[in-house]
Design a protein around this ligand. Structure first.
Ligand SMILES: [Zn+2]
Ligand SMILES: [Zn+2]
Ligand SMILES: [Zn+2]
Length: 303
């Protein structure tokens, strides 16, 4: 699919790369606004907020309109940087079909068996999960990295728009595997991009949704839930790397990055302490997020 897309661009060199970047960034913007926007509308829009949803919300309060606006602004900055290496990866792979190239990315089945494609899917998914954990943890244990990463933690009560609300350098490093993996091993480009979109963006929307699922307890042993990532935003600072992992809990367990279980403040524990009564829900203020559609919200000095 991606290689076929590139064949429509007849430019050469940097101009062709720019064309690919514009298309990839536009497609990513549509995907992001559709997935994050839909989940935000479902969970945060005042007319859609219900007691049943609120009792599963990790933080009982809702973020202000200004915080959500700033998440969207930071997300758009992150988006423009996060698509540069993926665009370069597509560009090099497309060029490689006609001349020797640095990368081994390809489209279609090529000469590989189904077993190899499943193996590469596993390597991309688990290898990237560890890479993202290691880089994220570095952002909490090394001051030069924290200086950039702390901008993601401005959003201590995140919404689904916060997935890539990072500074540019963080998005560069986080998207680097999309270029690096095809350099190291032959991989189907569609499989690589879909894995990143689903496992790292779409799962990221759940992690930043602020709401816990009844079917996936925060206390399960294997998979990071939205509570672990909410806890990360709320409690993790420089030298406090709690729950830096993305999908599996293994990395946080191995590197002792787990918030003390006896201090757990997930929605499930809050409910068992009697903190999620209907009376408490009636006192909750849900901001009027329709202000996000008004120009004055975006033109203020505080943006
Ligand atoms: Zn962090
Ligand atoms: Zn986050
Ligand atoms: Zn708990």
């Amino acid at each position: 699919m991606l290689c076929e897309l590139v064949s429509y661009f007849d430019g050469t060199g940097p101009f062709r790369l720019l064309q690919i970047w514009l298309v990839v960034t536009s497609a990513a913007l549509v995907f992001i606004m559709f997935s994050s926007g839909l989940v935000f509308y479902w969970l945060y829009w005042p007319s859609n907020v219900t007691y049943e949803k609120w009792r599963c919300k990790s933080n009982p309060a809702y973020p202000s309109v200004e915080k959500v606006r700033d998440e969207i602004v930071q997300m758009l900055k992150g988006l423009c940087c996060s698509t540069i290496f993926p665009s370069l990866s597509i560009y090099l792979s497309a060029t490689g079909s006609t001349s020797p190239s640095l990368t081994q990315g390809f489209c279609g089945w090529w000469d590989f068996s189904l077993g190899y494609h499943l193996f590469s899917l596993f390597v991309v998914w688990i290898g990237s999960d560890f890479y993202e954990f290691a880089y994220h943890r570095l952002g909490h244990v090394s001051f030069p990295f924290w200086k950039h990463h702390k901008h993601h933690h401005v959003f201590y009560n995140p919404s689904p728009f916060a997935v890539i609300a990072d500074e540019w350098i963080d998005q560069f490093v986080r998207s680097l595997p999309v270029l690096l993996i095809p350099v190291l091993m032959p991989v189907n480009l569609d499989l690589l991009f879909v894995t990143y979109a689903v496992c790292f963006y779409f799962y990221g929307v759940y992690l930043h949704s602020g709401h816990e699922l009844d079917c996936l307890s925060a206390h399960n042993k294997y998979i990071n839930t939205s509570f672990q990532h909410y806890c990360h935003h709320a409690k993790s600072l420089m030298n406090k790397p709690y729950h830096c992992g993305f999908f599996i809990k293994l990395w946080d367990n191995l590197f002792s990055c787990v918030y003390p279980e006896d201090k757990c403040f997930c929605a499930e524990c809050s409910r068992s302490k009697g903190e999620r009564s209907f009376e408490a829900y009636e006192k909750v203020h849900v901001p009027d997020y329709s202000l996000l559609f008004e120009a004055k919200t975006w033109l203020g000095k505080s943006v």
